[in-house]
Design a protein. Structure first.
Length: 257
């Protein structure tokens, strides 16, 4: 029986080139690479009733007529969307597997109990994959301006939206207000849920909101942001990539989604 094999080398995903120039995920009866005796091959939720497997390799595939390595983010532009989403889930579970080899309670070895849980061989503690939940918000000022910011950890010169992780004991809406106040010093109102997005870099869930400016002047939190300001819809800076919920929020505001 053929199945999808999602093969990763660090943060790169192995893609299969097709005759028409498009890309897919290897769809074979057996793994598309040599598999070591100690390699863990994960069983992932099927895609359209097709089995899905995932595993990691130590050395990237090079100079192969059918395969090439691609960073997971960039695979968004090469793979059909369902395969890209499944690749993200595979990456998250492989990351979880690598980081749960030993029990956090007693230090014993953890072994798979189900496809998405592990149990300690010594004390019996069970663990499941954990998500880091973050909020992101598009803030409007009037009809034609939004707040955009450059984060200190941004890899290129684009501007994005205010975002941050949810803390224990707070609602998503409270997290939105707190992050905006901490990073920019302004108050917002009319907070509304927009959409959510898995963010497998390495294991996040981004929850998107829209809001309106209420009051205050911008005072940038230098530990998080390089700069922030109000931008008119006719004079926007370089924006986030299409794969991000930040861009979906901006495109929706522009009426381009």
């Amino acid at each position: 029986m053929k199945r999808y094999y999602f093969v990763f080398c660090k943060d790169d995903l192995m893609l299969q080139r097709q005759a028409d120039g498009t890309y897919t995920i290897p769809f074979k009866e057996e793994p598309p690479t040599d598999v070591k005796p100690w390699t863990t091959i994960l069983n992932i939720t099927p895609l359209d009733d097709i089995e899905v497997k995932a595993y990691s390799i130590d050395t990237p595939i090079t100079d192969h007529p059918d395969y090439e390595m691609c960073p997971l983010r960039q695979s968004y532009y090469k793979l059909p969307h369902p395969l890209y989403l499944k690749a993200g889930k595979c990456a998250e579970l492989l990351y979880w597997d690598r980081n749960t080899k030993f029990c956090g309670m007693c230090g014993g070895h953890m072994h798979f109990h189900t496809d998405i849980s592990k149990r300690c061989e010594s004390c019996g503690k069970e663990v499941w994959p954990q998500l880091a939940t973050a909020v992101i918000v598009l803030i409007r000022k009037g009809e034609d301006e939004i707040l955009l910011a450059r984060g200190r950890n941004f890899r290129s010169d684009f501007y994005g939206l205010i975002a941050g992780f949810v803390e224990t004991g707070e609602t998503l809406e409270e997290a939105v207000k707190r992050e905006v106040m901490e990073e920019t010093g302004i108050k917002i109102k009319n907070i509304h849920y927009f959409a959510s997005q898995p963010w497998p870099f390495p294991s996040g869930l981004m929850v998107g909101f829209t809001a309106d400016y209420e009051s205050g002047d911008i005072h940038v939190q230098r530990e998080e942001l390089q700069k922030a300001g109000w931008f008119h819809r006719t004079n926007l800076p370089k924006l986030p990539e299409k794969l991000s919920i930040a861009r979906r929020l901006i495109d929706h505001w522009l009426g381009e989604d």
